[in-house]
Design a binder for this molecule. Structure first.
Ligand code: DON
Length: 586
């Protein structure tokens, strides 16, 4: 088992082959050894099947300390859901540029004992005083950065409520125990990595505007270098209040008072009722099939599962494996174009909008979209009608995947939206607030930070959840179970789509997290690709079919995945080589 505690994570991918066969011994002895191992293998498989689980656990997360915390809680007798509380809370402390208790997320759960499969929706909500035009000036134009920086850009956090629910309804250990590793790292500090340093440089200006944020996350007003020791005493105190008082430790009492006061002093519009009224919602995930693979993914208010399945439905009639690589990529792009268009047109918070989900997910609808796809030619997005855009995005937001010995599964994607969220910390709380309000269509027809253009379905309304792309996902065949997801804004869905196609080809977790990436999201009408994501030949070929190509100039995403090969009872775990995460099997 690798040491996960060091400053520089050396472990990215760990695979465990628990019950392999050895063929290196001569004669009968070799046969006897092989036979006894066969028995062991059979016994292990039987035991695993009897308990329904693999008998050991796998965790892949964006930070070694978070992966380590997950195993720490499993070692103390916790199940996957207790471990998920620990991993989520540690990520909130050690990756403050990506997620936090001032943010939200989606936890996709499968409880092995009864097969219950659910999505915990801990997405932020718009404050009750929010209005559709709150980020527009008197002429109806967007006020620059108003939905991205500072207290006014923050939605009401859902992450603390979700951790409480996860622990109480699904876990086995007390919440306080599962929060212990996070409190320890906040109190004692830890050395930040290169990603933190880069993100802090990018967001230096916003962080400087909030004295509490600047004092915590900057080094005397300047973005620190990797290796800087980040200590978060106020956050440790807030986490302790949650550990003691659970939901009320964040949404009531002293924490709520400090949050509301701080936000209002900072130009925001929160009221006590916003926090008091926040509720986690349990939702039925989106489900579908692609070539014998059962897919379970995020339901609205995430667009993730719907766009993923719509694209897979379109692709399902093609023999992707039998065709040349260029046509395959062209068809993936054309499927994305159509599925992302429907995201923009139809999707939003199910508590506020009616969505034609069964139509969007029906094979007939996919068939209708497919007939207009030419294998030799791109169809411009303008020919599909509706909402123009540009896009830029980093890898803030985070993901982890885990499976425990009983076969409980958790895929969780957590966010504060842009790097360091709003950059705003209400004094005395240590809570860095999200800027998730920018995920609404803040100015209809205008692109958000990810170039996404939305309409009425995703307009701002009091108490409403902003549409997301986060796509925690399970994949299952007769033989294999996979748990995966990634950050990456609008590109999350296309990354997960490419991973599903790679899984369908029989590849393992290491391949999904490292494969080259390309992306189309309807608008802007360009195919983005990371360095190495498309070959020169692909680029020329796609251009000659009418696509406009745009290199991102950097590799994107931070996918974390685990796989259970149920036939051989083998677990594997992989963390994206682009990131600083750690994956392990124990
Ligand atoms: O919910 C969403 O879709 C976004 N707030 C996720 C942001 C994200 O992944 C940022 N990483 N680039």
């Amino acid at each position: 088992m690798a040491d996960l505690g060091g400053k520089a994570p050396s472990v990215r991918r760990v695979e465990s082959i628990r019950y392999g066969l050895g063929w290196n011994r001569p004669g009968w002895r070799r046969a006897a050894v092989a036979f006894s191992r066969c028995l062991l293998l059979a016994a292990a498989v039987c035991a695993a099947q009897a308990s329904g689980g693999p008998g050991h656990a796998a965790i892949a997360s964006a930070h070694p300390l978070a992966t380590q915390a997950g195993f720490e809680i499993l070692d103390q007798g916790g199940n996957a859901f207790d471990a998920a509380v620990a991993v989520s809370a540690v990520l909130a402390v050690v990756e403050p540029q990506s997620s936090g208790i001032g943010g939200g997320g989606f936890w996709l759960l499968r409880r092995a004992a009864d097969g219950k499969t659910v999505m915990l929706d801990g997405r932020e909500t718009a404050p009750l005083a929010a209005r559709p035009d709150m980020y527009l000036d008197a002429r109806g134009e967007p006020r620059p950065r108003a939905s991205l920086d500072g207290a006014l850009s923050a939605g009401i956090p859902g992450l603390p409520a979700a951790l409480v629910r996860l622990s109480k309804d699904y876990g086995r250990l007390p919440l306080a125990q599962s929060l212990t590793p996070a409190i320890r790292h906040a109190e004692n500090g830890f050395a930040v990595g290169r990603r933190y340093a880069r993100a802090a440089k990018d967001r230096e200006a916003a962080l400087r505007q909030s004295p509490a944020a600047s004092a915590i996350f900057l080094d005397r007003g300047t973005a620190p270098q990797a290796g800087f020791r980040l200590v978060q005493k106020d956050l440790a105190e807030t986490l302790r209040r949650i550990a003691r008082q659970e939901h009320a430790g964040f949404y009531g009492g002293m924490t709520a008072r400090l949050l509301v006061q701080g936000v209002r002093d900072g130009g925001g519009i929160w009221q006590a009722g916003d926090l008091a009224g926040y509720r986690v919602v349990e939702r039925a995930p989106v489900r579908g099939r692609y070539r014998g693979i059962r897919i379970t993914s995020a339901a609205p208010p995430s667009s993730g599962g719907t766009v993923l399945l719509e694209a897979l439905n379109i692709l399902s009639a093609y023999d992707l494996d039998g065709m040349d690589a260029l046509t395959r990529k062209h068809l993936v792009i054309e499927a994305e174009r159509r599925a992302y268009r429907d995201r923009d047109l139809y999707l939003g918070d199910p508590g506020f909008v009616r969505m034609p989900l069964s139509r969007l997910l029906s094979p007939d609808y996919a068939e209708g979209l497919r007939v207009a796809i030419r294998p030799d030619r791109a169809l411009p997005s303008s020919a599909l009608s509706a909402p123009q855009a540009s896009s830029s995005q980093g890898d803030n937001t985070t993901h982890f995947s885990l499976i425990d010995g009983e076969g409980n599964l958790v895929a969780a994607t957590l966010s504060i939206n842009n790097s360091f969220g709003s950059g705003f910390v209400p004094p005395g709380t240590g809570v860095l607030l999200n800027d998730e309000m920018d995920d609404f269509a803040t100015a209809p027809g205008k692109p958000n930070a990810y170039g996404l253009v939305g309409g009425g379905a995703n307009a701002i309304a009091p108490g409403k959840r902003m549409l997301s792309s986060m796509s925690p996902t399970f994949l299952e065949t007769q033989d294999r179970t996979a748990v995966l997801g990634t950050p990456g804004g609008s590109r999350i869905i296309s990354m997960v789509l490419l991973a599903v196609l790679d899984f369908a080809q029989g590849h393992g977790a290491e391949s999904w997290v490292s494969a080259g990436r390309f992306h189309h999201q309807y608008l802007p009408d360009v195919v983005e690709y990371e360095p190495g994501g498309l070959s020169e030949e692909d680029i020329r070929g796609l251009e000659s079919r009418g696509h406009t190509l745009k290199p991102t100039g950097y590799r994107y995403g931070d996918m974390h995945a685990v796989q259970w090969d149920r036939v051989r009872n083998r677990l594997s775990a992989a963390s994206d080589p682009r990131g600083e995460g750690a994956a392990a099997v124990k």
